[in-house]
Every structure is written in structure tokens, then in C-alpha cells.
Design a protein around this ligand. Structure first.
Ligand code: GUN
Length: 636
């Protein structure tokens, strides 16, 4: 799987099948081979790139089976794009045992030319006991491993484990390391049917963060538009949807935030293929089959429209804002959203160092946005580290939305070395004032005490002016015994935030020269011994390092901190400035933050280049295709 764009765990990706490429996130409409409500060919017009059908149904019907074996699956379905086949697991869950073995059904899928074949996994139900769920996980793993190697179609190995997070984790790890190259999350249909999105959030998170991220992740049965955005936010790449027909049969229409009954609507929305062609009462009076076809078309359009918006949001890096908006569409979604926030530490790990889009502050729950986690932790640590002889409030008594204003003011007074900025109801080190998202944010607050004092790139920066004046006076006051070089303090603190505590001291010794922009007065380049060590980016306030700076950081930090280690084959290219590809990475620091600068070194820890990691540390070792580090400065 190749990653084209990412926004935290969400990604726009691409993988190749025997019948072409699939760009994710996407939905595979479920097609019943006995009953083509909408011809698969026509589905392309709605945006479908691939479809899913059931090999078990094909195999049980002698006519379908013969035709599929003779002419192939693609001819049977009259579709030339990628086709995934399921195995009969779901039928065995609904009707009891099926009459084929795992190996037989996989062999059958391969012989009819399926692009993604699915093993006969064991469906673990939400109400399974722990032991039942554990057996399902182990047996499913055994079944994926018993399948003979095959170079043709991809193999789907479902992640099971019911509602038990440790079993989902175990299954995710086993399947991630297995021969399966496509990972559906299974056993969740009953939860989807009951709109139990909260439990689903737990399941997706445990599966997603513990598996091999280089393989596409599919949510079996997750085809309702209202939950798509949240599932994609948690890292689901593919969905299958039978809901477009199921709802149509019941006279129900799908919308991005829910569904409506045909008997209750005034008109079709403008985006519906039925809009302007039919009135709801005309459709209501049609024969059942004809009505199902029309409503299925509307429903497919709803699904793919929502998907397009989600992809746009990933591209724009505003998917969190979108799921925040969607959470108000239905109380069940709100509950799911709150559960997503409970997982913010796990999600935070995958966030890029900065985003294209500003941070939106609405009220105190906005502070639970996973993209703030790193800033929050650093700020608490800063208070702890700078705690001098005076008593201060312990960091663990701090909660989002509960600023320690009084205590912190007392702290300023007792020790001017601690310079904090009140920002969006939290306190952060003043030195980070220009880093993302401190400067790049928009807030709903219009309190009298606050006012716009800065306005860079039309991004409002709201702070309490009296507080800022007080702090700035204090740090530049030459009479003040504790006065210090705020600029030096600033670049060091930013470096500590960016590369780890202590990096600031290593990168920027006392006699570094700080060059500021003549027009904006803002820090630009840092020089040491006449050479540039780093440049502070206007875009997000973080540093881009040169190889000179990179070497200073390398020699001061323990291996493999901040490093991506490559083999000899790659080293000779990277030293000349070529990008690092995933497949050549031998080792990488797990703490690497996506989008941050990293040191590219060889096995002997010699610096080859400095560049920007495209993904986080754990992901660097998972992917096999594409660019891992975009090199911007190389040794030779
Ligand atoms: N369809 C819906 N859920 C499942 C599942 O858990 N496994 C398989 N193979 N298909 C499904």
C-alpha cells in the first residue's frame, strides 16, 4: 500500500490488484451474483472503483459456478475492475456451518480469478465469551497460515476477537505478520446493526494501531454513510456496503448524516440522481423492484458523495473538524466521537508535526483534539522541569479547560524564568508562540479581556494583552536579575519540543547567531561557527535542519534517536541527496513524528542526509512502497 496523503491515522492510499489500482478510502458495493440490482458496470459512474461479491453463493449455484469457472468472475459479474470475494463466513454466522473447507473455498476464489480472496475465517460475535473469541482468533490465524502461497490475487485475513481489546490486538498482530496482504476487521456487523458505534471505535482502534500499517484495512459491513468519516479518521481504508440495497428495499434513503423514509420526504436532495426526474410520491407508487433500483441509485450516490467529502478533508487535513461537526448529527455519533477522544493518546502518535489547516478552538473539549496532545504534554513537562525552589501546582492537577491561571501567575512572580502563555484555555511555554498550532489557530472566544494583537497570514492570534506585556517586559528587562536571552531560549525550547529534551542545547550553543527577517522581525536562520544549523519555518514555526545542524544533533543524541537507518545500497544515493524509500530502512526511532526532520544515517551511524519523515516512527518500518524520508540536505 502506498500512501499519497495522510491526516493522522486517516490516509489516501493506493494499492494494485490484478485488475488495476484502487485508491482508498473507498467503498466496495456488495453485489449479489443472483440479483444484480444495479449492474456493476454502472456503479463506476457513482464512483465505485471495485466491488465485492460472495464466492460461497457462486459456488453453491451450479449455473453460476460453471459460468465463473469457464469464463471467469469478471465476465460473470460483467465488471472489468477489481473484484473482492468473500468466503461464506458470514453465511456460516447467519445459517450455521457451510459445507466447504477453508482451503477449498480459497482455491475456488483463485480459480475464478478473484482479485482479493478471503479465507473462511471464524466470525466472533460481540456476545461471544472470551474463550470463544480467543478460539476464533487462533483458528482464523491457523486458517490464513494453511493457505498455499500464490502470486496472483491478494489474500484477505480478517481480524477477529469480538469486543475484547486484548484479543483484537493479538489478532491484529498475528494477521499483520501473516501472509495475508489485506486486513478486514470482522465480526462487527451486529454492532453496526445496533448503531453501537462506541464499541466499534474501541475495536477499530485496537485493530488499527496494532497491525501492519502497510496493508489495507477494511471494515466488514461498515457501509452506512453516517459513520464513514469517523471510521476513516481511525484509519479504515475500505468498506463494503450492502446497505445501499438493503435500505432501498425498506423504502429508506441514505443521507450523509442518517436516513429517511421515502413516505416522509418532501423532495429528493439536489445531489440525488432522482432529483428533478421523479417526485417522491411517484417513486412510492412504483412496483417494488423498480422502486428498489431507484432508491439504490440514490443510496449509492449518498455513499460516494460522503466519501468524496472525506477524501477532500484528508487532503485539506481537516478530518478531525469534520467528525467533530458530524458528531452533532446524532447522539450515537456524539457518543462515538467522545469515545474517539478517549483514545486521543493512541491517535496522537500518528499526527503530523503540523497541519496545513489551522486548529479550531470551540470550547474546552477542543483541547482533547489528538493533534494538541504533544503540545499539552510538553507544556506540562516544561512546568515540571522549570519548577524551581518555589512550590508550584503539580502537573497532574491540570485538566483541559481548567487553566491554572492564579497559580501560574504566582509562579511568574516567584520565578520569571517560567514564561507561560495563556492560549485557548491552556498554558503553554511562551517560546512556542510561533509553532503550530499556537499561532495557526482560530478561536470562538470573544471575551473582553482578549483582543487580536497579531495577525499573521490572516490567522488570528488571541492572547490576553496585559499578560503578554507583563511577560515581554519581564524577559527583556535588563535590570531584571533573571533576564535572559529570550531568543536563544525560544529556539532551544522549539528544538526541545521538536527533537526531544536536550536537543536545544545541543543544536544551539550559547554563541549561536540568530538572524531575523528584516521585514517581519521574526527568527529565520541560526548560525554556529559561520554555518547555518537550522532555519525556522514561517509556515509552522519549526526548524528545518541543515546537515551541519543534523551532525550536531546526531553527536549529542543516543542512537537511534531521531534517526532513520538505511542499508548500504541506499546510503550511496541518500548521501547524494536522493530520497529514502521504505524498503531500504533497517531501523528507525519509534518516537519519530510524521512530518518532522530526521537524520538519515548508515549502519555505522554516519550521517548521510537530513530530511522530512513522511510518516511516524512505527510506520516507517511497516510500509514497503514509496518515499519514507524526503531528503532536503545531503552530505555530498
Ligand atoms: N462479512 C461481515 N462480517 C464478516 C466477517 O467477520 N468475516 C467475513 N469473511 N465476512 C464478513
Amino acid at each position: 500500500m502506498e500512501i499519497i496523503h495522510r491526516d493522522g491515522l486517516a490516509r489516501i492510499g493506493r494499492f494494485t490488484t490484478l485488475h488495476g489500482k484502487v485508491e482508498t478510502p473507498t467503498i466496495l458495493p456488495v453485489v449479489n451474483p443472483n440479483l444484480l440490482v444495479i449492474p456493476p458496470k454502472e456503479m463506476k459512474k457513482f464512483g465505485a472503483q471495485a466491488i465485492i461479491t460472495n464466492s460461497y453463493i457462486i459456488r453453491r449455484s451450479s449455473t453460476l459456478k460453471e459460468k465463473a469457472l469457464k469464463d471467469g468472475l469478471h465476465s460473470l459479474m460483467d465488471f472489468d475492475g477489481p473484484i473482492m470475494t468473500d468466503s461464506g463466513t458470514f453465511q456460516s454466522y447467519v445459517y450455521g456451518d457451510v459445507e466447504y473447507t477453508n482451503q477449498e473455498i480459497v482455491e475456488f476464489q483463485r480459480s475464478i480469478g478473484s482479485d482479493i480472496t478471503t479465507i473462511l475465517d471464524i466470525f466472533s460475535k460481540p456476545d461471544d465469551t472470551y474463550d470463544q473469541a480467543r478460539n476464533a482468533v487462533m483458528e482464523t490465524y491457523r486458517r490464513v497460515e494453511e493457505i498455499p502461497d500464490y502470486s496472483g490475487s491478494m489474500l484477505a485475513g480478517p481480524i477477529q476477537g469480538s469486543v475484547y481489546p486484548d484479543l483484537r490486538k493479538q489478532s491484529a498482530e498475528l494477521m499483520g505478520g501473516s501472509r495475508a496482504d489485506y486486513l478486514p476487521i470482522g465480526g462487527v456487523v451486529p454492532l453496526l446493526e445496533n448503531y453501537n458505534y462506541e464499541t466499534l471505535v474501541d475495536i477499530i482502534v485496537s485493530a488499527r494501531i496494532n497491525t501492519n500499517l502497510g496493508k489495507p484495512i477494511h471494515l466488514f459491513g461498515g457501509g452506512h454513510p453516517m459513520f464513514l468519516a469517523m471510521a476513516v479518521y481511525l484509519g479504515v481504508d475500505l468498506f463494503d456496503s450492502a446497505s445501499y440495497v438493503k435500505y432501498a428495499r425498506d423504502g429508506r434513503l441514505l443521507y450523509p448524516e442518517g436516513s429517511r423514509d421515502i413516505t416522509k420526504i418532501r423532495d429528493f436532495p439536489y445531489w440525488s440522481p432522482l432529483f428533478g426526474k421523479y417526485s417522491p410520491s411517484e417513486v412510492k407508487r412504483l412496483e417494488k423492484d423498480e422502486k428498489t433500483v431507484l432508491l439504490s441509485r440514490h443510496n449509492l450516490a449518498a455513499l460516494f458523495m460522503e466519501l468524496e467529502e472525506i477524501k477532500e478533508r484528508i487532503h485539506e487535513e481537516t478530518l478531525f473538524n469534520y467528525i467533530q461537526e458530524k458528531s452533532r448529527a446524532h447522539p450515537y455519533l456524539y457518543r462515538a466521537f467522545m469515545r474517539i477522544l478517549d483514545h486521543r493518546e493512541n491517535i496522537a502518535y500518528f499526527q503530523d508535526i503540523s497541519k496545513k489547516s489551522p486548529f479550531f478552538y470551540y470550547e474546552s473539549t477542543s483541547l482533547l483534539d489528538p493533534s494538541l496532545s504533544r503540545l499539552m504534554k510538553f507544556s506540562i513537562g516544561y512546568i515540571e522541569r522549570n519548577r524551581r525552589d518555589t512550590a508550584i501546582v503539580p502537573a497532574d492537577s491540570w485538566r483541559p479547560g481548567v487553566p491554572l491561571k492564579k497559580e501560574i501567575l504566582a509562579l511568574y512572580e516567584s520565578n520569571p524564568l517560567n514564561v507561560m502563555l495563556e492560549w485557548c484555555d491552556m498554558l503553554i511555554p511562551m517560546e512556542l508562540e510561533e509553532t503550530y498550532p499556537v499561532e495557526q489557530h482560530l478561536t470562538s472566544s470573544h471575551s473582553d479581556e482578549k483582543t487580536f494583537i497579531e495577525n499573521y497570514n490572516s490567522i488570528a492570534f488571541l492572547v490576553k494583552p496585559h499578560l503578554v506585556r507583563y511577560l515581554k517586559d519581564m524577559v527583556v528587562d535588563p535590570e531584571n536579575k533573571a533576564a535572559r536571552n529570550f531568543d536563544l531560549e525560544k529556539i532551544r525550547t522549539v528544538a526541545d519540543f521538536q527533537f526531544g529534551i536536550g536537543s536545544g542545547l545541543a543544536l544551539f550553543p550559547e554563541d549561536s547567531t540568530i538572524i531575523k527577517s528584516r521585514s517581519t522581525g521574526r527568527i529565520r536562520n541560526i548560525l554556529y561557527n559561520g554555518k547555518i544549523t537550522g532555519t525556522m519555518r514561517t509556515m509552522d514555526g519549526f526548524f528545518t535542519l541543515t546537515t551541519y545542524g543534523g551532525e550536531m544533533l546526531r553527536s549529542a543524541t543516543l542512537y537511534p534517536g531521531n534517526r532513520v537507518v538505511v542499508g548500504r545500497d541506499s546510503a550511496e544515493y541518500n548521501i547524494k541527496g536522493f530520497n529514502v524509500f521504505f524498503k531500504f530502512i533497517l531501523e528507525a526511532d519509534e518516537n519519530i513524528v510524521a512530518g518532522n526532520d530526521v537524520l538519515v544515517v548508515d549502519q555505522d551511524d554516519r550521517l548521510l542526509a537530513v530530511g522530512k519523515a513522511t510518516v511516524s516512527g512505527k510506520e516507517l518500518l511497516s510500509y514497503k512502497e514509496g518515499v519514507a524520508v524526503k531528503v532536503h540536505h545531503a552530505i555530498s
